[in-house]
Design a protein around this ligand. Structure first.
Ligand SMILES: Cc1ncc(COP(=O)(O)O)c(C=O)c1O
Length: 437
């Protein structure tokens, strides 16, 4: 990869293609907490790749499982057919579900597909149980639920919707971010439980008998790490139960130890009716997503001829053998290496280290939970996002640190194997470079 011309033909996702191609940022290898640039320079991974490599990079056990599976069974058709590992993977995932109420798994290839699958299941479920008017899907402003048409419709990021037609039966409640009241909160902010009642506004507007489901990220990641206020998710659960609305937690980022527990549902003690997940499901090694559903949801689709297809939905690569092998090995590694507990133990060190940046100009908020943090910087006048972009590129090119940026917020989510020295290194670099931008 020596010539810049070689980079031209890949249209990169969510990227400033021309900017990248003028000054590329390439990774060539990875191990543990580090990526390696093509020239061999080590880059500290402050973001678990893209919120996904929770077990760290190149874990020997996961790599071997994928290699062995590729040699044994490369593919098996997924419609009306199966292979043993797919079923084992479903059982394995359910073994760490928040409760026994979750009994079924639908596999996809990504978080976006998991979200669109969950939305379809929600709509189908309401039809099957005779609630035929329950056709509205509710999301939240600023939410990110991937890039399928369902996901962008219930999502709340305007640029992601800009040129596209959306689903029509959709509404949104307000976001929870409140810098005036909650800036520099450690862990869950104190203020904002009552914002959950915005769901009541939407219910009053349409009628509960029209609403199929509410979907939310328990902790919003991609929009810039928004931590739910104390009591907020509990109140959301109450409202959904009271009004017979399915609650979907989109745990694509929060699943698999990010908060020191299997799922955010466990961390917050709030149980949804469906959970979407991906990313850490295979520690980012093989593309895979999943929807976990409760017994009664699956059962609602099973009341017809056993020879008839129960859900007209699926992917060629649902439960792909390599992904299934990766899932099983990844969950074993999480358990055997105690990585969720490790993340939990590290979280207070992480919190204190990050909050030591308070007072660094132009930081206007630091927020954290588990092994996630958001550092919001004041936007430059008339140039939102440029400060974030400059910090990100400076960190990579000059300090060999991988960050993630949304607008002017730095989003951090290191692999769960991060030790104190890695955390110190991330914070030291940020302390050095943020004031210069
Ligand atoms: C909460 C959430 N849902 C869905 C997605 C989409 O996942 P994918 O990029 O695998 O389609 C993401 C990706 O970051 C996410 O954070």
């Amino acid at each position: 990869m020596s010539s810049k011309a070689n980079l031209e033909h890949l249209w990169m996702p969510f990227s400033a293609n021309r900017g990248f191609k003028a000054e590329p940022r390439l990774m060539n290898e990875a191990k543990g907490m580090y990526f390696f640039k093509p020239d061999g320079t080590q880059v500290l991974d402050g973001t678990a790749g893209l919120w996904c490599c929770n077990a760290g990079h190149g874990n020997d056990k996961i790599v071997k499982a994928i290699q062995d599976q590729a040699a044994k069974l490369d593919f098996a058709p997924s419609f009306q057919m199966g292979h043993p590992l797919g079923f084992e993977a479903a059982e394995k995932l359910l073994s760490i579900a928040p409760s026994d109420a979750f009994q079924y798994v639908f596999f996809t290839n990504s978080g976006s597909e998991a979200v669109d699958t969950a939305l379809k299941i929600a709509l189908g479920y309401q039809q099957h149980r005779g609630k035929v008017d329950k056709t509205i899907l509710v999301g939240r402003e600023r939410a990110y639920h991937g890039v399928g048409f369902g996901g962008i419709s219930v999502g709340g990021l305007p640029l992601n919707k800009k040129h596209f037609s959306l689903l029509s039966n959709v509404d949104h409640i307000c976001a929870t971010h409140d810098l005036g009241k909650n800036a520099f909160s450690k862990g869950q902010p104190d203020f904002g439980e009552e914002l959950a009642d915005d769901l009541l506004r939407v219910i009053n507007k349409h009628g509960a008998d029209k609403i199929a489901a509410f979907i939310t990220e328990p902790l919003a990641g991609s929009t810039g790490v928004l931590i739910p206020p104390k009591g907020y998710l509990e109140r959301i659960r109450e409202i959904c139960t009271e009004h017979d609305i399915l609650l979907i937690f989109d745990e694509v980022i929060t699943g698999f130890g990010r908060l020191g527990t299997s799922f955010a549902a466990d961390y917050f003690g709030v149980e949804p009716d469906m959970i979407t997940c991906a990313k850490g499901l295979t520690s980012g090694t093989v593309p895979m997503g999943a929807v976990m559903v409760k017994q009664e949801i699956y059962s609602a689709f099973q009341d017809r001829d056993p020879k008839a297809i129960d859900l007209f939905h699926g992917y060629t690569y649902s439960a792909h053998p390599m992904a299934a092998a990766a899932l099983i090995a990844t969950l074993d590694v999480y358990r055997e290496d105690g990585l969720f507990e490790h993340a939990n133990e590290r979280s207070s060190y992480w919190e204190n280290a990050l909050h030591s940046l308070k007072g660094t100009d132009p930081i206007i908020d630091i927020r954290n939970l588990g092994l996630v943090a958001g550092i919001e910087m004041e936007a430059k006048e008339g140039k939102p996002g440029t400060r974030g972009y400059d910090v990100f590129t400076n960190a990579f090119h000059n300090h060999d640190l991988l960050l993630r940026i949304t607008g002017d917020t730095i989003a951090l989510s290191p692999p769960l194997i991060a030790e104190k020295e890695h955390i110190d290194q991330i914070v030291d670099i940020l302390r050095k470079i943020i004031p210069n931008h």
